[in-house]
Design a protein around this ligand. Sequence first.
Ligand code: F6P
Length: 551
Amino acid sequence: MATGETGRGATGAWEALAAHFAEARGLDMREAFAADPGRAGRFRLDAAGLTLDYSKNLLTARTVELLCALARERELPARVRAQLGGAIVNGTEERAVLHTALRGSDAGQALAQASEVRAARARMAELVRRVRSGAWAGWSGEPVRDVVNIGIGGSHLGPAFATEALGQLRGDSPRCHFVSNVDPRDLEGVLAGLVPARTLFIVASKSFGTLETLENALSARGWLQAAGCPATALDRHFLAVSSNVARAVEFGIAADNVLPMWDWVGGRYSLWSAIGLPIAMAVGMEAFEELLAGAHAMDLHFRDAPPESNMPVLLALIGIWYRNFHGTASQAVIPYDQSLQRLPEFLQQLVMESNGKSVARDGTPLPRASSGVVWGAAGTNGQHSFHQMLHQGTELVAVDFILPLASHSHNTAQHAHLVANCIAQSQALMIGRTLGESRAELLARGTTEEGAARLAPHLVMPGNRPSNTIVMQRLTPRTLGALVALYEHRTAAEGYLWDLNSFDQFGVELGKRLGEAVHAALAGGTPAQAVDASTAGLIAMYRAAHGHTRG
Ligand code: F6P
């Protein structure tokens, strides 16, 4: 379904793409590959240790040309340079967006707070050294063995994902755990296996005002005290990362134990700051610096490469081609590496909190669809659940396969099955299976003519279904950094192309505020405002379940 590029928001490039879509929608990828032996080579690109094969997409050289014209018409290269150079690109919050500065961009060196950033990194390195070497002891004098990160959203997803992704480097360093949900079962589940005297908590909250994090931190403190930790020794068990040092101190964390954050680092882009402390605790500061270096290599590529050979920009343009012209509603990300299993969850915040918006930068309604749903799971698990829909469902889903060629497992023979499955899935999505092929297959299996005629339609796979494959030699801190930066920049580029602000998140506020009022009502407080009958009924059910009969 094309969205029809007429009326407000229609520009020369959007209109040219709409006209092209009318011709190009009939493209058959099988035929395109057969007709053009150079297709795979032409639609392949290397950057920062990653290779993108985007040849299995519903596009031609002309499509790419028109998409790149759109990027130029939207002045994407200049906007990218402005972002990386420290311009106020988050207009609603009047902030620069400079997570890239934390990994060494030019703006990073020119930044007013550059010395602050260096000092914070040095403090982080010292903490990491003390904890990893066993020099950091808890109240009993025993060294810390377990680190529990308490945070949510960007103060959780990035560190949790990257720590797991680099788990093969952990060695005998302290184990890192992650608690995010305000459901007390989350914290309880993690604490169940831990020794209080040997446990260190990191309270990670940019604002230090997030309900979930503060509740979990209070419960963690209670757990330590119940186990005998003297109030005077709590400092040995709590670190914090926050841009609101005063609030962290007010909570009871020693100022020396609070690492800073800055308002120019958005929550979902914060794993590069001290929010990445658990990553460094798990794999060491050197590996953390490598992660930054991989991301920095992708930053330079994003800033300098022209749209035609710019990996994040091409991915953004391809995303727009599907979302705004083919009418896709979702994007699947399927990593063929178990240690990347949390990538889809991380990307959900990155993409949907950034680009799930309905108004343009100037506050007027967007003329076309913005972010779709991002989802996925580690291959091959998905093949035994949702791939059925990818292959035969009525929805067109854009898929990104992520493929490290070598594993950290020594079992290379078994790993080859993983790689084969990844490659075969993109192939199957593209080639499909016709009615004739289905019938022939059934007959070859010994099915009768009648049975084959009856069953064949059920075996048909339409094919011509698109995917990108992002390949790396091996998952290392460097390639992981490049991969995360690739998706960050792709998301920003899509936001610029849609002309929305990717860097605020006002949509999360109302629910938080109402949650406080509902919480008071659960305890019997009278809501400040009249509530609707459904909400009142649900509150009454909770109160009845807890033995309150009236009011
Ligand atoms: O609720 C959304 C959000 O503001 C995210 O953008 C952020 O990553 C998360 O909450 C956590 O915020 P904080 O780090 O301030 O606790």
